[in-house]
Design a protein around this ligand. Sequence first.
Ligand code: GRF
Length: 201
Amino acid sequence: MKRIAVFASGFGSNLQALIDFSKNDDLGGEIVLVISNKSSAFALQRARDNGIKAVFLDPAQFKTRGEFDEQVAGILEEEKIDLVVLAGYMLLIGQNILAKFRNSIINIHPALLPAFKGIHGIKDAFDYGVKVTGVTVHFVDEGLDSGPIIMQQAVEISDDDSAETLEEKIHAVEHKLYPLAVKYFCTGRLKITGRKVHITQ
Ligand code: GRF
């Protein structure tokens, strides 16, 4: 069983989808830790409600960003974490953590990368007027939303969609896709060659 840490800054609906999936299906791993940089993140409550260790770390309490990252890295090491799952985590991952967890940190982005990178992926796609957007799960590297793509699923934008209805559609797809991607990682089915990720049988 892989030991999974989820990093979340907000509502945590993707964390919930992972928890729910693991109750009914074999995730191949156990969520043992949730870390948040926001004390008010509902994700922390979801963790506690499900008996998962919940840790709030305030970046403002550290002299430098490097010290904050060291603390995060230390907790990951203590908890013997194999996979870091970013689920609405609004901080960039520090270099030291990236180096220690190369190809073991994944993120979900609410658009079809490399289109609409950044924190407003849903609204940016909607405002641009694209007819198709979607969801991307990818490995995390040094860049912004730039690592090798694991899975993508398209979502159509119809004339009667609003930014809000599009958001609902995107989240529904996220909640199906992310647990699958985590399962593939945990069961050793992801093979990375350069930028290409193959899902093996
Ligand atoms: C999701 O839309 C995800 O794609 C993005 O942040 C949002 C997090 O939502 N990275 P939640 O906190 O999981 O509900």
